[in-house]
Design a protein around this ligand. Structure first.
Ligand code: NAP
Length: 319
């Protein structure tokens, strides 16, 4: 089968298109014929070797959607021929086929495209984990989704609307702001406009945000703390470096900064999260947004694009 492999860590040019053997499912495993592949920022960190290093060569990719090709002994949740999205896998999603453990495969409702299915895994699980579990957001609370135009941000806006959270989202372009508004944010601000955090605070009548989901903590963490409400919580979802902050901003508000990493979650926790996501996809209140599609051969271009400014949802590839 065709697959992208990484033999040495480095820039996008280390993503090589190769012919490799197709895996076959052992007991408890599912082989999926891939129709669409999700591209996540973490794929680029792993490729460059900046996250804990993977053994090489490896096939990148955490998210995909497709059709179950075959199942191993004892698999009961899915059958050959079913439409599924995958969240995590055993062999890498940047390929024509991906092997998964049974718990990593979830039904894809008919009204969603495979491209939308490939946009679900990391983005929606992260948004759910951050909003409902790490921040423990309650209905009526004010949430600032700082970086709402990308995969995680749009997912968070949709969850927030469904759960009755009062979401303000930010994006860095006019189109991004429009998208965030269309998906349910009460207010939208441009994070490249001077004074936008003061404008955001004014929207809360100066009371501040109960919850902030932070997509770029190295740039923003020190800046957002003064805009937290009493007992406010910041969830650090994304960060690409160091930051300076004033701890007193937390003291007087008795506020918390909380980290999260999807990689920490066990099978049971993920099962619960994907149960909630499945309900949202079937119910129509979660609508994955695909910004752009690449061919698998263009993986290097997709990796450059996922780190560029001007997000409008998720990037996907087709094998
Ligand atoms: P993405 O689709 O590339 O979106 C990136 C988002 O960050 C866009 O909304 C972008 O807005 C926004 N952004 C850019 N500059 C910003 C700034 N100065 N202030 C606030 N937001 C800014 O990425 P994603 O998949 O949504 O992931 C977002 C971040 O979370 C990434 O760093 C990713 O690695 C991380 N992440 C972490 C976990 C975890 O388990 N902790 C899981 C998933 C993702 P514009 O492009 O419109 O400027």
């Amino acid at each position: 089968m065709k697959a992208i492999r990484v033999h040495e860590f480095g820039g996008p040019e280390v993503l090589l298109l190769e012919e490799i053997p197709c895996p076959s499912p052992a007991g408890g495993q599912v082989l999926v014929k891939v129709v669409a592949i999700g591209v996540n920022p973490v794929d680029t960190y792993l490729r460059s070797g900046s996250n804990p290093a993977l053994p090489r060569p490896y096939v990148p990719g955490l998210d995909a959607a497709g059709i179950v090709e075959s199942v191993g002994e004892g698999v009961t949740r899915v059958r050959a021929g079913e439409r599924v999205y995958t969240a995590g896998n055993l062999t890498g999603a940047y390929a024509e086929f991906v092997l998964c453990s049974e718990f990593q495969v979830h039904p894809l409702p008919d009204m969603l495209t495979f491209a939308q299915g490939a946009a679900v895994g990391v983005a929606y699980a992260t948004a759910y984990r951050a909003l409902f579990q790490r921040a423990a957001t309650r209905a009526g609370e004010r949430v600032l989704i700082h970086g709402a135009s990308g995969g995680v941000g749009i997912a968070a806006v949709q969850f927030a609307r469904a759960a009755g959270f009062r979401a303000t989202g930010t994006a860095g372009t006019e189109k991004g702001c429009l998208l965030v508004s269309q998906h349910g944010a009460e207010h939208v601000l441009n994070h490249r406009a001077p004074g936008y955090l003061e404008a955001a605070s004014a929207l809360t009548q100066g009371q501040g945000f109960d919850v902030i989901l932070e997509m770029l903590a190295n740039v923003n963490l020190g800046q957002v703390l003064p805009f937290l409400a009493r007992n406010g919580r910041v969830v650090v979802i994304g960060s690409r470096g160091r930051v300076e902050m004033t701890p007193r901003d937390l003291m007087f508000r008795e506020a918390d900064v909380r980290g999260m990493s999807l990689f920490n979650l066990g099978e049971d926790e993920l099962a619960g999260i994907h149960h909630a996501i499945g309900a949202g996809l079937r119910g129509g209140f979660l609508q994955p947004v695909v910004a752009r599609s690449f061919q698998l051969e263009e993986a290097a271009k997709a990796h450059a694009a996922v780190l560029a400014q001007g997000a409008l949802g998720k990037l996907v590839m087709t094998p």
